[in-house]
Design a protein. Structure first.
Lengths: 341, 452
């Protein structure tokens, strides 16, 4: 039972990441009709916003002392400048670099989204999906290579705040012995964070005039346009918002997986599967499918399951996608007619 | 210092040259391979070209970059530039610092992308278009095995870079291929006694293993070595290469009854699985009345940097480390550090050493003919290259030398000071029979000198 609860927690945390990326993907598809293969790269850029924030906070200045190296040269002894400037508060800032990086991630990703949509994506609205995929995939490779050129190929460790770095004990909630159901605190924080962002996006679309217009535009862009509303401008903004969501998902994920230039690609394929299973353009579908596939992936990795179907953990997501595409091509919550003949 | 007796009746390496119509004695004689013989890419001018085939893109690009730095340094030293590095400590050596056999060493580079097909393509291009006489490099066993096989078919020498799978000099060994780097079996043989001393005999180990050739052989090697010390292997679980998030594989460990987690992962997988295992509280956990512990059989300092503080106190093994204090290591660290501003990695070390060993073999044989190189390298015993007295065993082209057991440094003094050497396991303790079951199933075959 304890093992099952732990896998549920795993599934929720994984699902949170999948849902956040898939939410942005499906928003872009639903509003602009673009299949954005660069969405994983936006997740990666968000992760590197956290890396940059930590690098900025830990930028070191020379203390004036030098020390000898093993190869016979001397190097200057350094210390982070924020520690020099602010003492203990500086150390706290470094410790909380990941949450603080949200302040950098939001404007950076909004700008990246706007530049991407205005500079490149809008030229491909009327082009076939295959060309959209090619150009956005090409863009993803370019962004990844730029990051690699700057930060190298190795993963860069970005720790979570010490206060959120331990294990959360859920044993009491489930009536188990203390210490039997423990889960990394930051992973649980990530699940709460993703749930919060999803809630905010849904409230924004549901309860604001702007959101209502966007939803109307997703249903029938032409009619909304005929009413004199500049729906294109709103869709451009939604592209930037989608980029920001992916970026936030990436920034907060850095303590879970040390980011490298390829981290976006690893999530991209899974997120597309999530969108296809949930239904292209369906926000609810993306979120539901994200959590569903996260849970399935976690349970399929249990040794008891693998003893019955060896290797199921490596194919479960794709197996579900194949079944959904065969049985219900529009996805679990997709609109009728989308991806159906 | 001899680890085995040289067997003069073993396969005559000259058999490979027989196809070229050469008459030769059945014992080594450098003059038998005089210049002008009929072999692939025989250098005609005043220079000779090496092919450095390393990952310049992909997950191991940083390791590949360090390998390339080492190769360039080796070329510099061979051509008589710089301080000479390990050429000053290498013995017995015929290297003169004027190139090789009077020819200036030049090089071309290829990008393996850590993919077997890309690595084979770039090696093929270097052999066919750039006329490379020797191919070297790689940061993956899958790649090394693929390129080694290509070099055998083409008729050039392959000096493997970082490859740790038993198969490279086991079932996939080739006469034209040589490995200086240690292997999974040797990691197990070196680690098991240290683990027994540190954690006792009564331990239950749970293995998470990267699902490819290297992972399988290291899992078998560590399992068997630790079981021989009394440990029990409670579960072995294969994980997909590049899984990223290992949480679904780590949570079953918590309730498995195991008190040791062995992470048979390398590179990014190691960084991720180790970091996540620590964050799942496994370093602070108590199971069966004992402190839970994690073991990483193959450490790379470059990769360990990605795991940050999570490596502290965790045992593993490594081929070489820059903190060694023998004359060869000190000379190499000084040379490399002054050139690039930081210490070399184990990948850089093995690549530098392989280049010097090839060059010395050519000088000794008096030719670049692959069969002459093979003859000169087989059962060659040397010292001064950082791992103590070393034997290049003729039976499988595997080097036998001391193996380092390391531990994540609890009190690092610099960002390079991530690992500390806790034991230097002597070569005698990690040697094995060439027909050992973990290495059986392949044939070295005959050397191939290719066709001109």
């Amino acid at each position: 039972m304890d093992a099952i609860i732990l896998q549920v927690l795993n599934g929720l945390e994984k699902g949170g990441a999948y849902a956040l990326i898939a939410l942005g993907l499906t928003l872009i598809f639903g509003t602009l009709g673009v299949v954005n293969f660069a969405h994983g790269a936006l997740f990666m850029l968000g992760a590197f916003c956290a890396v940059i924030m930590r690098s900025l906070l830990t930028y070191e200045v020379a203390t004036g002392e030098v020390e000898a190296t093993a190869w016979g040269t001397e190097v200057a002894v350094t210390t982070p400048y924020v520690t020099n400037l602010f003492g203990d508060f500086g150390n706290t800032l470094i410790d909380w670099a990941v949450p603080v990086s949200i302040l950098l991630t939001i404007p950076v990703m909004l700008i990246v989204g706007l530049v991407m949509e205005r500079g490149l994506i809008r030229h491909f609205y009327k082009r076939p999906h295959a060309e959209q995929i090619l150009v956005t995939f090409g863009l993803a490779i370019v962004l990844a290579e730029l990051i690699k050129a700057q930060f190298g190929a190795n993963p860069i460790p970005v720790p979570e705040p010490a206060a959120l770095g331990g294990m959360a004990d859920f044993s009491g909630i489930f009536g188990s012995e203390p210490g039997t159901i423990t889960y990394p605190m930051w992973r649980f924080v990530y699940f709460l964070f993703s749930a919060f962002i999803i809630l905010v996006v849904f409230c924004f679309l549901k309860f604001t005039t702007f959101g209502m217009v966007v939803r109307a535009g997703m249903e029938d862009r032409e009619t909304v346009g005929l009413l004199g509303i500049n729906i294109g401008k709103r869709f451009t903004f939604m592209f930037a918002v989608s980029a920001m969501i992916a970026g936030l998902a990436g920034a907060m994920y850095t303590p879970i997986i040390s980011p490298d230039y390829n981290i976006g690609m690893e999530f991209l394929v899974l997120s597309f599967v999530v969108v296809v299973v949930g239904g292209m353009g369906s926000l609810g579908g993306a979120v539901s499918a994200g959590f569903l596939l996260g849970l399935l992936q976690s349970f399929s990795a249990m040794n008891e399951v693998k003893a019955i179907i060896p290797g199921i953990d490596q194919i479960i997501i794709y197996l579900v996608a194949i079944i959904v595409l065969l049985v219900r091509p529009r996805g679990l919550m997709g609109r009728k007619g989308v991806m159906e003949t | 210092m001899s680890l085995i007796k040289k067997n003069l009746d073993r396969r005559g390496v000259l058999k490979g040259s027989a196809a070229a119509g050469l008459a030769a004695p059945m014992f080594f004689n450098g003059s038998a391979f005089a210049e002008g013989e009929n072999y692939l890419n025989a250098p005609k001018g005043k220079s000779v070209t090496f092919g450095f085939n390393v990952p310049q893109t992909g997950a191991y690009a940083d390791e590949g970059a360090d390998e390339l730095r080492a190769y360039k340094l080796a070329v510099k030293h061979l051509n008589g530039e710089g301080d000479g590095g390990m050429m000053n400590t290498f013995k017995p050596s015929n290297l003169k610092g004027n190139g090789i056999l009077g020819k200036k060493v030049e090089f071309v580079t290829g990008d393996t992308q850590t993919k077997s097909d890309a690595a084979r393509s770039s090696a093929k291009k270097m052999i066919e278009a750039d006329k490379a006489i020797m191919i070297t490099g790689g940061s993956s066993s899958g790649v090394a095995i693929a390129v080694q096989s290509l070099c055998q078919e083409a008729g050039v020498i392959f000096m493997a870079g970082l490859t740790h799978s038993n198969d490279t000099t086991g079932k996939d060994k080739r006469a034209n291929g040589f490995r200086h780097f240690f292997n999974g079996f040797q990691s197990g043989a070196a680690l098991a006694p240290v683990l027994e001393n540190a954690y006792g005999k009564d331990r239950k180990a749970y293995h998470l293993t990267a699902d490819y050739t290297w992972g399988w052989t290291i899992e078998q090697s560590i399992s068997e070595a630790t079981q021989a010390k009394g440990w029990e292997t409670v579960e072995t679980v294969r994980t997909p290469l590049g899984a990223g998030d290992f949480s679904q594989y780590l949570t079953p460990v918590l309730n498995s009854g195991a008190d040791v987690l062995v992470l048979n992962h390398y590179g990014k997988d190691m960084v991720n699985s180790l970091t996540q295992a620590v964050k799942f509280g496994m370093r602070d956990k108590q199971v069966n009345g004992k402190d839970f512990t994690i073991v990483v059989p193959l450490y790379s300092r470059l990769m360990a940097q990605g795991a940050g503080e999570n490596v502290k106190g965790i045992f593993g093994s490594t081929n070489w480390h820059w903190s060694l204090t023998d004359d060869g290591s000190k000379a190499f660290v000084k040379s490399f550090g002054q050139e690039y501003g930081f210490p070399p990695s184990q990948a850089a070390h093995t690549c530098y050493v392989q280049t010097l060993l090839y060059a010395n073999a050519a000088e000794t044989a008096g030719t670049f003919n692959p069969c002459g190189i093979v003859e000169a390298l087989e059962d060659f015993e040397f010292d001064g290259l950082g791992n103590g007295p070393t034997l290049y065993r003729g039976a499988d082209h595997q080097c036998f030398k001391d193996v380092l057991v390391v531990k994540g440094n609890e009190n690092p003094t610099s960002k390079f000071d991530i690992l500390e050497v806790v034991e230097v396991t002597p070569a005698e303790q990690v040697i094995y029979d060439p027909e050992h079951e973990m290495f059986a199933g392949g044939e070295l075959g005959e050397c191939n000198a290719g066709a001109a």
